[in-house]
Write a protein that binds this ligand. Sequence first.
Ligand code: PLP
Length: 405
Amino acid sequence: MREVKQATKLKNVDYDIRGPILEQANKMEEAGERILKLNIGNPAPFGFEAPDDILKDVIRLLPKAQGYSEAQGIYSARVAVMQYYQQKGISNIAIDDVYLGNGVSELITLSMQALLDSGDEVLIPSPDYPLWTASVNLSSGNAVHYKCDEQAGWFPDIQDIRSKITNRTKAIVIINPNNPTGAVYSKSLLLEICEVAREFGLVIFSDEIYDKVLYDEVNHISIASLAPDLFCVTLSGLSKNYRVAGFRAGWMLVSGNKKIAQNYIEGLSFMSSMRMCSNVPCQHAIQTALGGYQSINDLVRGEGRLLAQRNIAWQRLNEIPGISCVKPNGAMYCFAKVDTQKYKIDSDEKLILDILRDKKILLVHGSAFNLREGCYFRLVFLPHKDVLAPALDRIEDFFLHNAAK
Ligand code: PLP
């Protein structure tokens, strides 16, 4: 019998957040060890449950949600998404500009498949949420990484973006609030990005899945609200703001200069129809989520649990000699730098494996986020402080005793 092999195009596609180190952690669990998994931003298992209204709605409407919906999604959910972005200042949008998907993940892949021909380039941040790079490569495009500058609070380096533009560059991706760095972009930075997109005729893709997970009174601005003359695609969903990652409920909005993108928009509609529609029962959660009480605010402000955990994680990491972490203003991650002058590090991947074996804590190495310089790791600060604080003790202990030069 002939061997069944994966397509060669997958050689270029990485998604290390769920890669070989996770497999190692799973093996250790099967062997009876208890592993604290701080590798994935999945709020529900850490006790961040969805608002009741959302759950009730899905249950109540389940019998009515047995059939396919329209390919772009049910009307009420798309109205709610449209209104949400109108309130965020995005003008000139209609219900048909909204596409629902099985999470933002599906829409990232779909939007790249519909856009790219072989060799087309897309500017992607480094570090990034690696699905963007993977989806560009899977779509036979080239992911070209631009630098986000740690010294500048991980804001994108506009000069670097400019220097990477060629006549094959079709689009720029921003992730705001950012995973893995937690940076929330200022209006002036977003305006600079718009200026570059305007000058070179780039489509802007803005992944805003953490747009309500904000600390320290920062505001979130949707870049599309600043660029009515440019063609923008804004993506978000229920996974993080409403803690229902398992519902796979996401959306994508096309806005701005839709005239120039008519042909691409037809491609998006075509690709949407190819997968029939997204998970219908959970489409019903969208209107209730967006229109209801925003309980995320109770978690990220004042005495909020997530804010307290962010503070513990960020402070404790910075107290470890040779570890530094820019304060994340959004999302649910600390992205920490390891001083390689102080610690003997063969590779960031080996470091994460050693921490896993020694301290039974699973983190993600910086190069998994397409950051090839320096040594970094990402920690998810979702566990309750009673679990998080001892985990940080163990991480500190690892650096003090295992890795010192
Ligand atoms: N975009 C970013 C920046 C993310 O961090 C994630 C998940 O962690 C996703 C998209 C995927 O979201 P979804 O659950 O909607 O597929």
